[in-house]
Write a protein that binds this ligand. Sequence first.
Ligand SMILES: Nc1ncnc2c1ncn2[C@@H]1O[C@H](COP(=O)(O)OP(=O)(O)O)[C@@H](O)[C@H]1O
Ligand SMILES: NC(=O)OP(=O)(O)O
Length: 312
Amino acid sequence: MAKIVVALGGNAILSKDASAEAQRKAVESTVEQLVSFIENGDQLIITHGNGPQVGNLLLQQIAADTPANPAMPLDTCGAMTQGSIGYWFQNAMKEELSKRGINKDVMTIITQTIVDGNDPAFSNPSKPIGPFYDEAEVVDIKADHPDWIMMEDAGRGYRRVVPSPKPVEINEYSAIKTVVDAGIVPIVSGGGGIPVVRENGKLVGKEAVIDKDFSAAKIAELIGADKLIILTSAGGVFYNFGKPDAVQLHDVAASELEEHIAQNEFAKGSMLPKVQAAVNFVNQTGNPAVIGDLKDVKEIIKGTEGTVIRAK
Ligand SMILES: Nc1ncnc2c1ncn2[C@@H]1O[C@H](COP(=O)(O)OP(=O)(O)O)[C@@H](O)[C@H]1O
Ligand SMILES: NC(=O)OP(=O)(O)O
């Protein structure tokens, strides 16, 4: 039995249509594929992003903000998206397992990720959240919200960016391990986990969004996963992405990717964290990581699609 951590990108779940129905459909079709792991006898651990969802939720909060019904802060919005996306997965996975006659429990664990309050990321926002805007829209947004920082995101438009500290500890790790050891399919650390810092013996939420690729790699390492699979909305890792000479990698050594990271090959806030997280996992465990497209899960399982990163 292999332990496999699968991380799904928030942009892969919410590609164009932000309705609950469309996002549920994306989750349902992914789950139909992921169940193959369980049929193979593997233990699956699911984690997911929340960049678009938490940004949209924050916009809804701001739009409806009144003294009687105040907007929720970012850490609480992060928890809310863990609940909503976890619910979609939990519901779809249980349904798919039942259809195939597999009696297995599925459980979302609201996860707090401990970060360092002095992480320089707090003064250097880099995590894109919410919708994409064009340049004219950015001018209006800056007029309404002068404190927001907007950045171009991998050629897709501009987005608001927020601090994204690195995960230091997964607070619920021992509960996650218990659930994994019991053979339950857990949905953990959604949106990278709710960022919290230790202050006077308490865990206090911070206004930030952790990159789920880093928390996925951390959980995969802690749990002793045999493989980390990062599913997004690109066929895999490309060199010269978006340029005429773009080339997709199929099988690459972690050391080669490290050289390309050093040469600033990968876009911050999108492909860079995925590649860094995959390389971290491979270097720490010697086990492979795969980065591929959500729609290619079946082929990724067979090894015919995606980019495999190995310790070579
Ligand atoms: N070098 C690259 N190789 C592949 N995709 C890249 C690369 N650089 C940027 N991208 C973009 O990054 C996207 C994945 O990042 P993102 O949308 O932030 O992920 P997520 O699915 O986790 O939300 C791809 O869909 C692609 O548009
Ligand atoms: N929290 C997070 O990493 O979300 P995305 O995968 O949507 O960027």
